[in-house]
Design a protein around this ligand. Structure first.
Ligand code: SF4
Ligand code: SF4
Length: 355
């Protein structure tokens, strides 16, 4: 059966008031928040953007969403789990400060930001799913325990998964650092020394201290590597390689993690994708991150697979080609969606309703 995906077009993402007007129409007509019950607590999963990143969904739009949650008698808070790589979102205190610096303050959004601390046992949980790759998914407890979940995602490119939307926001985004490592652990790159010019760019960016220069050639310590793929992106001579079958595995594991987070929440989660400021890389990216597509719009659905497939189709239609394949030719991001459908997360078949 086809899932419904609602859509409003956006021409200029910098017109925050104009975008918010469209967002209200979308949330009102799609009824994507109507599953919320009165007095329920609602975790709104967002990505606050790494320091230096400008692609993340703006706090002003979260205000609209949280106000509409409140209008239904429920109360929202914003949340994201800490990262695996070293940056401003590695621990809960820095992550919270960065969220505030990026505008996610109570005066802007009307709600609190809660960052779970996965160094505390009480903030983490294991969800048994017994899938092909993951048996027990390690996720931040609040995404599982909070009565309702609303997932607000920025749709954009991604170096390992081709693109990232709702599935990535839940599967990777709600995992603890241990869970993120479980998803990335097959991705340690190797250096082709004949191409390496010893510039050191990879070692400077590596968040795990996994790269050393020996005899003016870099080498990766696979035991330290956390599989973030940042070194691939900065190497000027394309000397770093990963086994792209490993990238494929990340997509499968990520889908299984999404299954864990959504366990018991079928049709009880609202998904909102912002297909605007569509960059080559994800919102964890702190360096130059070129736009690869025009602004397309905002989508809403209760099906995470359909909303990502519809986002993918709309962006590619606007570009006149598969832009994600064009910028990340080694990755086929559709794998994550096909596998997500296979394990029962949703449907690739959707009905697009333009409002
Ligand atoms: S993928 Fe590269 S940058 Fe990332 S942790 Fe491994 S060696 Fe370091
Ligand atoms: S960035 Fe590339 S060329 Fe520079 S040291 Fe690392 S592997 Fe070698």
């Amino acid at each position: 059966m086809k899932s419904k995906v609602y859509f409003v077009s956006v021409n200029d993402c910098n017109d925050l008031d104009g975008v918010n007007k469209k967002l209200r129409i979308l949330l009102d007509k799609s009824k994507v928040l109507d599953f919320l019950s009165k007095k329920s607590k609602v975790a709104v999963k967002v990505h606050f953007g790494e320091e230096g990143n400008t692609g993340f969904v703006r706090a002003e739009h979260l205000r609209v969403i949280c106000d509409l949650v409140a209008k239904r008698g429920a109360s929202a808070f914003l949340s994201d789990a800490n990262t695996l790589y070293r940056g401003r979102r590695l621990n809960s205190q820095d992550h919270l400060e960065l969220a505030h610096e990026h505008g996610f303050t109570k005066s802007v959004t009307g709600v609190d930001v809660i960052i779970p601390d996965d160094t505390k046992k009480d903030d983490t949980t294991a969800v048994e799913i017994n899938q092909k790759w993951i048996k027990n998914a390690k996720v931040a407890r609040l995404f599982v325990d909070t009565e309702a979940l609303v997932v607000v995602s920025h749709f954009k490119g991604h170096i390992l998964t081709g693109f990232g939307g709702a599935l990535k926001n839940i599967g990777m985004g709600c995992a603890t650092r241990e869970g993120k490592l479980a998803q990335h652990c097959d991705v340690a790159p190797v250096v082709h020394s004949d191409r390496c010019i010893g510039c050191g760019a990879c070692g400077s960016i590596c968040p795990a201290g996994a790269i050393v220069l020996k005899n003016k050639k870099s080498a990766v310590d696979a035991l330290k590597c956390i599989g973030c793929a940042s070194c691939l992106a900065v190497c000027p001579t394309m000397a770093m390689f990963i086994d792209f079958n490993a990238g494929e595995k990340v997509q499968y594991k990520m889908a299984e993690y999404a299954l864990a987070v959504l366990k018991g929440r079928k049709n009880q989660t609202g998904f909102i994708n912002f297909a605007v400021r569509i960059n080559k890389e994800c919102d964890c990216w702190s360096m130059e991150n070129p736009r690869i597509a025009p602004d397309v719009g905002i989508l809403a659905s209760s099906d995470p697979v359909s909303i990502d497939k519809a986002s993918f189709d709309l962006v590619n239609k606007a570009c006149g080609k598969d832009i994600f394949k064009a910028v990340h030719p080694e990755e086929d991001g559709i794998r994550q969606l096909k596998y997500a459908q296979e394990i029962g997360l949703g449907s690739l078949d959707y009905e697009l309703i333009e409002l």
